[in-house]
Ligand binder design. Structure first.
Ligand SMILES: Cc1cc2nc3c(=O)[nH]c(=O)nc-3n(C[C@H](O)[C@H](O)[C@H](O)COP(=O)(O)OP(=O)(O)OC[C@H]3O[C@@H](n4cnc5c(N)ncnc54)[C@H](O)[C@@H]3O)c2cc1C
Length: 373
């Protein structure tokens, strides 16, 4: 039999594709990752990297279970990637402070606090004075807050580069500047046609983020229904004193980095595949940041980042093998939580592809909920 270059080819070098590639490679598979852009230059480069499953905790959604499981993997995941790559990735678990500015927002925080109590997740519901004591930079007039201690944040692009380095140490290869157009079976193999020729593999992971639906798969009539939701994010230079932790209002969140900068996110816009920043996006985020903490008026403006979140109709990711072409595994549609969900996605995909273990949670995110995928 002719030898083929890889057991598994991963389409997409965002955080999801790279986490999957690393996990597969570290478990012994031969892996290639193909992308038309440089590593992490899709939605991942714009991500704030916040790891906060409980911020919008809704117990009726499987997203909460997925996100909590993934957060629980994060400490070990970061340590392993750092070990395997030799790259230290900025990662903090300093908690989040979710701020209410009126009585109805405070009521929403009370509901989340009751979910957290039932799940024995450490959190503190704060009145106005205690919220301002926790974060002295808050504006006057806050109504209260909710402190969730085990939340955190990670440098998403740096983590993705570390994942690639770690995967390479386990033998994975990166194929750059190649746009995948079509996936088709040929005997026992899968051919992946790119604009620079065809690649051969035993199986394919489709992790092309919001562009996943643009790739033809022979034998699959329905395109995976992932749509772009544009997010704009500001990068500010901060002056002393720093914010103590990730701080949220209904209109923005702010992420304080050790290098003295702050990320302010994020817009959520239905703007098709347009990756341009807009005056209104920047204006709204600056206004929201200055309202949350007037200290933001003293910040310098570094840049604005724009990314297209891969969204699905039910806001859940699409993870699992294609029913029509089982050699194709979907790992896409991670919408607002791709960074948070990356370690769990990698684990679920590797368990399924290498060991035939199908986690019960996959039932909730299976591709076939959207038709004959
Ligand atoms: C402003 C903003 C803030 C965010 N904040 C957070 C946050 O705080 N926490 C969190 O968990 N998530 C956050 N997200 C969401 C998170 O960034 C995404 O869910 C995640 O990056 C998706 O990763 P991905 O690998 O699926 O997609 P991407 O990062 O978009 O990667 C997909 C890759 O596939 C490649 N590709 C596409 N089509 C092809 C093709 N045909 N051939 C070859 N390559 C192809 C692209 O070039 C790209 O590199 C945020 C997103 C935005 C925009």
């Amino acid at each position: 039999m002719a030898s083929r270059p890889s057991d598994i080819l991963v389409v997409g070098a965002g955080i999801v594709g790279c986490a999957v590639a690393y996990e597969l490679a570290r478990r012994g598979a031969s892996v290639e990752v193909v992308d038309e852009r440089p590593v992490a230059m899709g939605a991942t480069q714009a991500s704030a990297g916040v790891l906060a499953p409980y911020i919008e905790a809704r117990e009726d959604s499987p997203l909460l279970d997925l996100a909590v499981r993934s957060l629980n993997l994060y400490d070990d995941f970061i340590a392993r990637v750092a070990d395997d790559s030799g790259i230290a990735v900025p990662y903090r678990r300093t908690g989040t402070l979710d701020v209410a500015t009126d009585e109805s927002e405070l009521a929403a925080l009370r509901t989340i606090a009751s979910v957290l109590r039932r799940r024995a997740v450490p959190s503190l519901l704060l009145d106005a004075a205690s919220a301002r004591a926790e974060e002295p930079l808050l504006a006057d007039g806050v109504a209260g807050g909710l402190l969730i201690e085990n939340h955190g944040f990670v440098a998403a692009a740096q983590l993705t580069h570390a994942l690639v380095a770690a995967a390479r140490r386990h033998g994975a290869q990166l194929v750059e500047q190649s746009r995948v157009r079509r996936i088709r079976r040929s005997g026992a193999e899968v051919l992946v046609d790119t604009d620079r020729g065809s690649l051969t593999s035993g199986a394919v992971v489709l992790a092309a983020g919001t562009w996943s639906g643009a790739i033809d798969i022979d034998g699959v009539m329905t395109r995976v229904p992932v749509r772009p939701v544009r997010g704009q994010l500001l990068h500010l230079g901060w002056s002393e004193p720093p914010l103590r932790r990730v701080t949220w209002s209904r209109r923005c969140y702010m992420v304080p980095w050790d290098d003295g900068t702050v990320l302010v996110g994020a817009t959520a816009e239905e703007a098709g595949f347009d990756e341009r920043a807009t005056v209104s996006g920047v204006h709204d985020l600056l206004g929201a940041a200055c309202d949350l903490t007037p200290h933001a008026w003293t910040a310098s403006f570094r840049d604005v980042r724009v990314g297209l979140r891969p969204a699905t109709a039910d806001a859940l990711p699409v993870i699992g093998a294609s029913r029509a072409v089982p050699e194709v595994m979907y790992a896409t549609g991670h919408f607002r939580n791709g960074v948070l969900l990356a370690p769990l996605t990698a684990q679920l995909v590797a368990d399924a592809m290498l060991d035939g273990r199908i986690d019960p949670l996959l039932e909730r995110v299976k591709p076939s909920r959207f038709g004959d995928l």
